[in-house]
Design a protein around this ligand. Structure first.
Ligand SMILES: NC(=O)c1ccc[n+]([C@@H]2O[C@H](COP(=O)([O-])OP(=O)(O)OC[C@H]3O[C@@H](n4cnc5c(N)ncnc54)[C@H](OP(=O)(O)O)[C@@H]3O)[C@@H](O)[C@H]2O)c1
Length: 369
């Protein structure tokens, strides 16, 4: 029996992971962790009868009554490195997920990695260390690429990340966009932060950087194509010009399950795919001028050092402000570009350099809004 913990069980990926586990034999859920949604966490704990529960928000965690209660990001680290646990589903939002990520990797766990911000920001230090644990990507594009690349690493010339283009692909002006409009994603149902990132195309930018760290490809060999139907999630171009692609309905249960069972494949609780029903598949170049965060992410992925961390932290803060209606949609672009321009990149940063760069970027967002 493989023991699993879910960090971020109260979120969109976390709930999908619970759905996957409901049908998956040979896996036992032993712990769940949320951000601050105490009510939902307790409901999940009762339904699943888990041993451990916890919340990142210490105040809310203090009100929890359960067999074993953990709190704060330290508690998440404790759960991620618990002896006997085999797989950690990491579905917290934000770069703070780096702490439980490192705890899990150092203690030899498999990390089913949905969170992207931690890999983007701390990639420069993560890629230098040797861990006994492993990361299996859950992000649908990276899961697809992982499946296409595996076993033919030397044959791959270029990798392609597909993007739906978000809700504003065909909208003329990006001025005056409301939170409600930006949260209406055309093809995926996801948490608020990633939905806004999809609308600004920052999500694709973060994924480009994530791919450089997960697969060791330079940005010059990573291409983004707009594919509004979200049926192909990732493609690879091989040396002879052949392409391999991974297709499915847009449903996160598939990559979550694959990260749990890899290298095995099992029946998954998803609607069977039908290419005829999927119909026409189209592709376009992304418009980097209208969506400048994507080109900024390419720059960050090329320069690396503390650049990706600053880009990500500034974006996290700007998106928070947008969701609180304190910043306009195009204000996200303006603020993130400004903070990045002010930053002096540190090459080859230490963990502490990245922490400090993130702190600086978050403060700087407050100063320029
Ligand atoms: N959703 C998707 O389809 C999808 C696809 C690919 C990748 N991802 C990535 O997976 C991660 C989770 O996405 P999601 O869509 O599941 O997000 P979500 O629905 O917003 O859930 C996020 C989880 O993180 C917790 N959380 C909220 N604020 C936090 C904070 N400040 N610090 C730590 N934890 C916090 C939430 O707790 P409470 O709700 O209890 O406050 C919840 O458990 C993100 O990094 C995202 O980019 C998501």
């Amino acid at each position: 029996m493989k023991k699993v913990v879910i960090l971020g069980s109260t979120g969109s990926i976390g709930k999908n992971a619970l759905e996957v586990l409901r049908n998956l034999e040979g896996f036992e859920l032993v712990g769940i962790y949320g951000g601050r949604n105490r009510e939902l966490l307790l409901k999940q704990a009762e339904e699943w009868g888990v041993e451990y529960i916890g919340l990142v928000d210490e105040k809310e965690a203090g009100k929890l009554r359960w067999r074993r209660v953990l709190s704060g990001i330290e508690g998440a680290c404790e759960l991620a490195s618990l002896p006997g646990v085999d797989v950690v589903v990491l579905a917290l939002v934000g770069s703070c997920a780096v702490y439980p990520l490192l705890s899990a990797l150092k203690s030899g766990k498999r990390v089913a990695m949905a969170n992207k911000e931690a890999v983007v920001a701390y990639g420069p230090v993560i890629e230098k260390e040797k861990f006994s644990g492993e990361i299996i990507p859950v992000d649908s594009e990276h899961s697809s690429l992982f499946q296409c690349i595996k076993g033919r690493e030397k044959e791959v010339e270029r990798i392609y990340l597909t993007a739906s283009g978000g809700p504003f692909r065909e909208r003329e002006s990006l001025e005056g966009i409301t939170v409600e409009e930006a949260l209406r994603h055309p093809t995926w149902s996801m948490g608020k932060k990633i939905t806004i990132d999809s609308a600004t195309l920052m999500n694709k930018g973060l994924e480009v950087i994530e791919a450089t760290f997960l697969f060791g490809f330079p940005v010059e060999r990573i291409k983004v194509v707009i594919h509004p139907q979200s049926i192909i999630h990732g493609m690879v171009e091989l040396k002879d010009g052949s392409f391999l692609a991974h297709l499915s309905w847009p449903d996160m249960k598939l990559p979550i399950q694959y990260a749990l069972t890899y290298p095995e494949r099992r029946n998954a609780p998803v609607k069977p795919f039908n290419p005829v029903e999927a119909g026409k598949l189209t592709f376009e170049e992304p418009d980097m001028e209208r969506f400048p965060l994507l080109s900024l992410a390419y720059r960050a992925g090329k320069e690396k050092g503390t650049f990706p961390a600053v880009l990500n932290a500034a974006n996290e803060e700007a998106v928070k402000l947008f969701l609180e209606e304190k910043l306009s949609f195009t204000g996200i672009f303006r603020v993130v570009e400004r903070v990045v321009e002010l930053h002096k990149v540190i090459e080859n940063p230490s963990f502490e350099d990245i922490e400090e760069a993130e702190r600086w970027a978050r403060e700087e967002v407050k100063r320029c809004t």
